[in-house]
Design a binder for this molecule. Structure first.
Ligand SMILES: [Zn+2]
Length: 490
């Protein structure tokens, strides 16, 4: 097995599997799924005064894609509201931004909270908020007693509407459950802590008693793809998977000033159902690559390279390589990193199901750091791939050490990095901060990289990248100043 393949499999084996035994994980899943798929719709149907019902429960999020790492502590679902899911019930129009639509309720009599003054768009919002309220009440009823499984029980901690504190409503409701095993204190969890002798700053605690499990519920409505004729780009309208599943609309609003002023909000179009299907279908090696990158970027998360960006890159790579082609782990990892590096350069990553959306939302205070991160990782992994391929345990240990050191060095600068967004600074200042932090991180890694034959040149190469940007930033500022001198009014 080639060096990089071995490194990727090792990270996956040590860090990306659940830290609970498979039986316990399945037990928790069964309880949560039964609660949301069976109990909730059933109780809603009989809830006094509730005129809504659930047309479909859609699995969303990483757990159901089999790409969740570390703990089964997050389950995401979308609840499709039956009464709002047809072209007779709602209308959609183009929103103020790509990927958003204005949604109005056609038959307002259904919704008792709305008043005569409310427009169709406000009524849509009220209807979903009211549905959410019934969901919360129903779940509280369902969970007056804990749910009991084979290995433990789930009790309710709370159910909240997630959002910024000053916001009255948000589009996601989170049910927080606490899991306790029937045999507390006993290590019924078969998986051991990662067994490297290396100093790992960022290792999390291993005790899973009182594990908090978040169940995110997002209410939505469904419409067939044909309803989005002049809203989505042509490429999306031709997508056969979207054609089959249609699209969903969630409460998440456009937040644009113009819309707020006119007392309306556009709502986000969701492709989650189709995305889930695609992720479930991709080759298992792509999932391994995805999980490994997710684990790595999790520690450098302040840089805003979230899992959605990584997932989008994985979807592009897997569709480019064809559905049946078998990739190796090292090729897969490098391909995904290349897509991310290109995005870091161009500041663009088109949405997989809606290419008119740019999901590369890295703020300027991190853009250079993210770019250096991608270049650096690509260099390291490319070098590791070209190393000798004999079954060399010492080689693997050395490579693990490099990855750990990178995360370790990075984490020790996290506080500083997260300060960067505070306050407005000039372009030059923003660049200086990022360049300096990156050089600091490199300095901490230099001895280890230099002791490694094929990685010895990387610190020097990285310094060259930073230096090149120094010239680019300075010269662009210089030319702007000159232009201002000549045309002061422009
Ligand atoms: Zn809008």
């Amino acid at each position: 097995m080639a060096s990089l393949d071995r490194l990727v499999s090792w990270i996956h084996k040590e860090h990306c599997k659940f830290r609970l035994s498979d039986n316990v994980v399945k037990d928790i899943e069964d309880m949560v799924v039964n609660l949301v798929r069976v109990l909730l719709p059933e109780l809603l149907r009989h809830y006094p005064g509730c005129r809504y019902s659930v047309a479909e429960v859609i699995d969303a999020g990483s757990y159901f894609e089999q790409t969740k790492i570390e703990l089964p502590n997050e389950f995401d679902f979308m609840l499709v509201v039956e009464q709002l899911s047809s072209e007779e019930a709602i209308t959609v129009m183009k929103g103020c931004r790509e990927g958003y639509a204005r949604v109005g309720v056609i038959n307002p009599e259904l919704w008792d909270r709305a008043t005569a003054d409310d427009g169709p768009e406000r009524r849509f919002e009220l209807a979903l908020l009211q549905f959410n309220m019934y969901v919360r009440e129903t779940l509280k009823l369902a969970l007056t007693e804990p749910l009991t499984g084979r290995f433990g029980q789930l009790s309710m901690k709370d159910i909240t509407v997630r959002g910024k504190p000053y916001k009255a409503f948000s589009h996601v409701q989170t049910l927080t459950l606490i899991w306790n095993s029937f045999t507390p204190g006993k290590p019924g969890h078969s998986r051991k802590t990662p067994s490297t002798n290396m100093e790992v700053l960022y290792q999390r605690e291993n005790s899973q008693e009182g594990l908090e499990i978040c169940v995110d519920l997002m209410s939505c409505c469904y419409l067939p793809l044909s309803a989005f004729g002049n809203i989505l780009p042509e490429k999306s309208l031709e997508n056969q998977f979207l054609e089959k599943n249609g699209c969903h609309i969630v409460l998440k609003s456009c937040e644009s000033g113009g819309c707020k002023e006119n007392d309306r909000q556009c709502r986000l179009i969701s492709y989650t159902k189709t995305e889930q299907e695609c992720m479930k279908k991709i080759n298992v090696r792509w999932k391994v690559v995805y999980k490994v990158l997710k684990w790595m970027f999790h520690y450098t998360g302040v840089l805003e390279v979230d899992t959605y960006k990584v997932k989008t890159a994985v979807l592009y790579c897997s569709s480019n390589s064809g559905p049946d082609s078998v990739i190796s782990l090292d090729d897969g990892l490098l391909k995904v990193l290349e897509v991310l590096r290109n995005s870091a350069y161009s500041q663009k990553l088109p949405g997989y199901f809606n290419s008119s959306l740019n999901i590369w939302t890295v703020s300027p205070c991190y853009q250079y750091l993210v770019k250096y991160e991608m270049i650096f990782l690509l260099k390291v992994f490319n070098q590791i791939r070209s190393m000798a391929t004999e079954d060399d345990h010492a080689g693997l240990r050395q490579n693990i050490k490099i990855v750990n050191l990178w995360l370790n060095r990075f984490c020790s600068h996290t506080a500083e990095i997260s300060q960067m967004t505070r306050g407005r600074s000039s372009r030059l200042q923003a660049f200086n901060w990022q360049g300096n932090v990156f050089l600091e991180i490199m300095k901490g890694m230099e001895p280890a990289l230099k002791s490694h034959n094929s990685l010895a040149w990387i610190p020097f190469q990285m310094k060259c990248y930073v230096l090149l940007d120094v010239f680019k930033v300075l010269s662009s500022i210089f030319f702007e100043k000159i232009a201002n001198l000549w045309h002061p009014r422009l």
